[in-house]
Design a protein around this ligand. Structure first.
Ligand code: BO1
Ligand code: ZN
Length: 263
């Protein structure tokens, strides 16, 4: 049953009752304390392949009741990590207002208004995400902080301009292909790296996280679209709950070390 929520009786404090992995010792997200990160000069820039031309495969955008998620073709690959990973989907986490938090990761306690996750699986070893997510070396997720800037970000408009077409849970639409690389920060060589988990149930500890240091600007109007267009409930159900504040609280680092690719 996937009736978990972020707040209330089935909220994050209760996830471990149904999903025991959510109570394990290498969970995500985390607060990245920059004083404690370890600079590793051997970490290369992340290298996306095939992000520019997502090909003939249709990109679907879906409101799944927890987030807005876009499917990605396996022809999109990630290099510069210990293995080659293939893309599966991207999705967002956000808050309720411009001035409250919304990101999952934090840097020195700082929250951002939203965070983009691009989810990949280890396609050298596993056939698909469903198989890979059970293994410690199964997934690689890119975490990208979004911040409010002065101008509209056209790359994000490819997604945000269609949110009103999927305002209810389970609704989906087909998008025209666009350059997914443009959703990423300019500097792919500056990131934090650590081993963690899915940030939602079942919280499997199968994710090699790459959290970029540089945030990507979107306009205040774009952020507001993300915050106000979607409902967590299906069209014929009530009450119609707005989909917002879909972020997990920071988890204990425990014995883990966070690496940085930059001094
Ligand atoms: S996240 O990037 O850590 N927020 C994250 C959290 C949960 C998933 C992926 C990324 N879950 C997986 C499910 C799969 C499902 C897939 C959808 O999302 O475990 O069952 O197929 O693409
Ligand atoms: Zn996520």
């Amino acid at each position: 049953s996937s009736h978990w929520t972020y707040e209330g009786a089935h909220g994050q404090a209760h996830w471990l009752d149904t999903y025991p992995d959510c109570g394990w010792k290498a969970q995500s997200p985390i607060n990245i304390q920059t004083e404690a990160v370890h600079y590793d000069p051997s970490l290369p820039p992340v290298e996306p392949e095939g992000y520019r031309s997502p090909g003939s495969e249709a990109l679907t955008l879906k409101n799944n009741g927890h987030t807005v998620q876009m499917s990605l073709p396996q022809t999109m690959r990630l290099h510069g990590l210990p293995r080659v990973y293939s893309a599966v989907q991207l999705h967002f986490h956000w808050g309720s207002t411009r001035h409250t938090g919304g990101s999952e990761h934090r840097v020195d306690g700082q929250v951002f208004p939203a965070e983009l996750h691009i989810v990949h699986f280890n396609s050298e070893k596993y056939a698909n995400l469903s198989e890979a997510k059970h293994h410690a070396d199964g997934l690689a997720v890119l975490g990208i902080f979004l911040e409010v800037g002065n101008v509209e970000n056209p790359a994000y408009s490819h997604i945000f301009d269609h949110l009103e077409d999927i305002e209810h849970a389970e609704q989906e639409i087909v998008l025209s292909p666009f350059n997914v690389r443009d959703l990423l920060p300019a500097h792919l060589g500056h990131y934090f790296r650590y081993n963690g988990s899915l940030t939602t149930p079942p919280c499997y500890q199968s994710v090699l996280w790459t959290v970029f240091h540089q945030a990507v600007p979107i306009s205040a109007a774009q952020l507001e679209k993300l915050q106000k267009s979607l409902y967590a409930t299906e069209a014929d159900k009530s009450p119609s709950l707005p989909l917002m504040d879909n972020f997990r609280m920071p988890q204990d680092l425990n014995r883990r070390l966070v690496l940085s690719s930059f001094p």
